[in-house]
Write a protein that binds this ligand. Structure first.
Ligand SMILES: [Zn+2]
Length: 236
């Protein structure tokens, strides 16, 4: 029985180490995923900004064309001035020119507005580009580190898993199953030490009779409170 308990203790130690390596690896992977999520988030904003800029540029180009037409219009009407005979016609043409010039001014204002909007968006875009560059720089440096750490921990994990298999092979299947279930249900502590008549897994007092039996190490004992497999440290 002592031999089995020793094997179980070894197994638990390895399993705890494996769990902790897995938690650490999960952390590395989350860190990598966070970089990717960050980059994707900023890229999405960049794409949106570029779409908006492109739309504004299109409407600005349209306005510039309208402006050219309006200017042509003014020039055409103005060209009629020298040939005018009557005062009435003169006033009418001047009015026409005035209206066309106002329309021109309106379009020019709209063009200015669009150009300002574009400039503001371009500024935003510059900001996002820098943000993106910083993310990429960070993720490149830290990403390299993380990939090294992942590879190293994977190698350790593989070794521990092999050792674990070797230890597990020496234990009877039913005991192994019991151990596994407890390890999962009891937060990675399937085996608990018993000391001074108490289970150190749950800190509850054990029945004195059971504690005495434990000291003789004849059969497998479990804690009546937390179900963990009990062992006592052998006196040196
Ligand atoms: Zn207990």
């Amino acid at each position: 029985m002592q031999n089995k308990l020793n094997l179980l203790k070894d197994l638990q130690e390895i399993d705890q180490e494996i769990s902790s390596i897995e938690v650490t690896r999960q952390g590395y992977l989350s860190e990598l995923a966070a970089f990717e999520a960050d980059a994707a988030r900023v890229q999405e904003m960049l794409d949106q900004l570029m779409d908006e800029v492109s739309l504004l540029q299109q409407s600005e180009a349209q306005l510039q064309q309208d402006l050219l037409k309006e200017r042509d219009n003014v020039a055409r009407v103005e060209a009629r001035l020298p040939g005018i005979q009557t005062q009435k016609e003169y006033v009418a043409v001047l009015k026409e020119i005035d209206v066309a010039k106002k329309a021109n001014k309106e379009i020019e204002d709209q063009v200015q507005e669009k150009l300002q909007e574009i400039a503001a968006l371009e500024e935003d875009r510059q900001e996002k580009e820098s943000e993106m560059a910083a993310i990429l720089e960070n993720s490149e440096a830290r990403g390299t580190e993380l990939n090294v750490l992942l590879a190293e921990s994977e190698a350790v994990l593989l070794k521990r898993t092999q050792t674990r298999e070797a230890v597990a092979e020496e234990l009877p299947a039913s005991l192994l199953r019991k151990y596994h279930t407890l390890f999962k249900r009891r937060g990675g502590l399937a085996l608990a030490q018993a000391r001074n008549g108490a289970c150190l897994g749950c800190n509850m007092q054990l029945p004195p009779q059971q504690y005495n039996k434990l000291l003789r190490v004849k059969e497998l004992q479990t804690c009546p409170h937390c179900n963990r497999i009990l062992y006592v440290e052998q006196e040196a």
